[in-house]
Design a binder for this molecule. Structure first.
Ligand code: ZN
Length: 224
């Protein structure tokens, strides 16, 4: 959009996609979480066309990401910076929904503390509508996330590498609870958990539809 497109238009809700720049296996892009957040936001805005004017803001492609620091490509910001950045962006709009796909605990806690509407898929009532692998806690660059990237940006997934990756069913939340804070300590020696070789664009699109259903529900609540 250019600014004249916004004149005289008051969006009902603005969506702020939040991601990270961090290793997602040897096969998926560093931008995986950002791509997923943007994908959910676009679909939700499209779904609500004619019902609610929903604008998708440019994404925040950096997050609090320390667990992948042993690998090249991780770029972290502090909790304080994330808090300031999101608070200041949100202050420009009457109603903002934060749409986050980077699930490192410090990222999620920082966003929850802001007391803004947050699309948080780690909440039990949302998580239980997602795939088996996600619910098993192995949702980092595995079948779940790789499928989502395949649905939107297939050219960014290295299929040759994906095919050779063995399944690593690591329960990341359980590992974090027991004090393992890095991918390496969790046994993720290639920065992924789950089964990326089983990923497909079809599953990714199905998952996007479920995520979109849930985000649309939240947007309607916020706009009401
Ligand atoms: Zn991710």
């Amino acid at each position: 959009m250019a600014y004249p497109d916004l004149e005289g238009r008051e969006a009902a809700v603005h969506l702020l996609p939040l991601g990270a720049t961090e290793p997602h296996g040897p096969h998926a892009p560093l931008a995986t979480d950002t791509i997923i957040s943007v994908g959910i936001c676009r679909r939700a805005a499209d779904r609500l066309l004619g019902e609610l004017d929903v604008f998708v803001l440019p994404p925040v492609p950096y997050g609090v990401t320390r667990s992948g620091a042993d690998f090249p490509g991780a770029v972290s910001i502090s909790e304080e910076t994330l808090r300031s950045l999101v608070t200041e962006i949100a202050a420009s709009f009457e109603r903002v929904v934060l749409v986050n796909s980077h699930l490192e605990p410090e990222q999620v806690w920082t966003l929850r503390d802001l007391r803004l509407p947050l699309f948080d898929i780690t909440r039990r009532e949302r998580a239980e509508r997602l795939t088996d692998e996600f619910r098993a806690g192995a949702g980092h660059a595995g079948r779940y996330e790789t499928s989502l990237v395949l649905a939107d940006r297939p050219e960014l997934v290295n299929n040759e590498r994906t095919r050779e990756l063995e399944a690593k069913m690591i329960d990341m939340p359980a590992a974090i609870r027991s004090g393992q804070t890095t991918f390496l300590a969790m046994g993720m020696d290639q920065a992924y958990a789950g089964a990326p070789a089983d990923a497909s664009a079809e599953e990714g699109e199905q998952t996007f539809q479920v995520l979109t259903d849930m985000l649309v529900e939240l947007i309607r609540e916020v706009a009401a």
